[in-house]
Ligand binder design. Structure first.
Ligand code: G6P
Ligand code: MN
Length: 435
């Protein structure tokens, strides 16, 4: 098989070592000749270059060429896959996305609620620019995008670059399935799951187990009602147990944990510390560790150098690339334009549904009609997200205010305007001018 070139856009991210580890583990399925790190922040990219160089040497992959660059032409010319994980404004701006709404008594979260909208308005421009570079230098390459907030990003890209070779994907469904399978004694490899929604906003309707030969969702729902979930990373325990709480109240479907921000914003606000949010945890954790790894390598230390998170992120990205390359037609939950997948939802909504991936790209499945509760929630959220993207393209303050007001985590237009105005002043360097 021809060896591939992979470019990581947002190379300096703390997720990069885990993703590259998955690439290295998958050399039989996805052989690579070259890995390129592309980042606008040269120093973070340099740290990651040192870490990856160390990993490649240690694991006997010195023949893989490693490149670091801040130049898009160098990053993309001749590349086959772009794994896109940029974080516009970095964790410092994530911290503001989380803290500003909390200050006003609203959910402060990276991708949900008004934090997600703030992040969305920051991300659209640079992401469109990135896609433009790739169109110019590597029009045949596939972009596997997991830059957040994904529905908003996908909506903007869909408008500007219809038909682009880009797959938008989130690891959360895999994370949920993995956690449920481990906690309740199943093997996820046997699962064929049916799920629908928007990104970070969806529900499972069925989980067929190929070895047990039945839909195990009813029994899973029963277990969820009574048995607490324990996660490997304890900082995720609360989020997963919110799934249990939601199932106790709405027992028909199994929700994505992120729905807590829309269904129970009050509980989240009570729980959250407005002075120390998830961004702080990540900066004091993964971010710190990454710098320490690079520091040890600079000091020529040899032992206990690597300490990074190896999660499902990398695994599914490699699985998708492999499925494209080898026409495997594997099934993933992907973020796509609806086009009838959910028959009673507008066709130009960006949804997250099961889809098969092969040589020709993505083929999403057709699902049954959905009920009014879920449809109503989704329609409001889709409209809010579309208004936000309109605000970006039209430089419209009015559309932004409508989007903020309609967001399901916001109780009234007064607070929507207060948060919007504060976010405008904090995002001057990033947001489009809204008039
Ligand atoms: C999950 C979500 C991602 C999100 C991440 C945040 O993986 O699917 O969309 O970015 O969680 O994790 P963090 O550890 O940075 O809070
Ligand atoms: Mn996600």
């Amino acid at each position: 098989m021809q060896k591939q070139i992979i470019t990581i856009a947002g190379g300096g991210s703390t997720y990069t070592p885990g993703i590259i580890q998955a690439v290295l583990n998958g050399q039989e399925r996805l052989p690579v000749s070259e890995i390129r790190l592309y980042d606008i922040e040269a120093s973070r990219n340099e740290n990651m270059f040192l870490i990856l160089q160390y990993m490649l040497e240690q694991q006997g992959f010195s023949s893989i060429k490693l490149v670091q660059t801040t130049n898009p032409e160098e990053a993309f010319t001749g590349t086959n896959f772009i794994f896109s994980q940029i974080r516009v404004g970095g964790l410092k701006m994530r911290e503001k996305d989380e803290k500003i709404p909390l200050k006003h008594g609203l959910v402060g979260q990276e991708t949900c609620g008004l934090g997600g909208f703030s992040y969305g308005l920051r991300s659209i421009g640079p992401l469109l620019e990135l896609v433009g570079f790739i169109q110019k230098y590597a029009p045949e390459a596939w972009i596997l995008n997991y830059t957040n907030p994904e529905t908003i990003i996908s909506e903007a890209v869909r408008r500007q670059f219809p038909g682009i070779r880009m797959i938008n994907v989130c690891d959360m469904t895999i994370g949920i399935e993995d956690t449920l399978a481990k906690n309740y004694g199943y093997d996820r490899d046997n699962w064929v799951a049916t799920y629908y929604g928007l990104n970070h906003f969806g529900w499972y309707t069925k989980i067929y187990d190929k070895s047990l030969k039945r839909d195990i969702m009813p029994e899973l729902l029963e277990k969820l009602k009574v048995q607490e979930i324990k996660e490997e990373d304890p900082s995720w325990n609360r989020a997963f147990n919110m799934i249990r709480f939601m199932v106790q109240n709405f027992p028909d479907n199994l929700p994505n944990n992120y729905l807590e921000y829309y269904l129970y914003p009050d509980m989240y606000v009570d729980y959250a510390d407005p002075n120390y949010t998830r961004a702080n945890t990540v900066m004091d954790g993964r971010e710190q560790k990454t710098q320490e790894m690079a520091g040890k390598i600079r000091n020529k230390e040899k032992e206990d150098v690597l300490d990074f998170y190896f999660g499902v992120h990398g695994l599914y990205i490699v699985d998708i690339a492999t499925s494209l390359l080898n026409d495997e037609k594997s099934r993933f939950m992907l973020i796509v334009e609806n086009k009838g997948s959910i028959p009673n939802l507008r066709s130009d909504a960006v949804v997250e549904v099961p889809a098969y991936v092969g040589a020709t790209g993505v083929e999403a499945i057709a699902l049954p009609e959905i009920g009014d509760f879920h449809k109503g929630l989704m329609e409001a959220q889709v409209a809010a997200e579309k208004l936000l993207v309109d605000a970006y393209f039209e430089n419209s303050y009015q559309k932004a205010l409508q989007a903020f007001t309609l967001n399901q985590s916001v109780p009234n237009a007064t607070v929507a305007k207060k948060v919007l105005d504060e976010m405008i002043s904090e995002n001057k360097a990033f947001w489009p001018v809204l008039k």
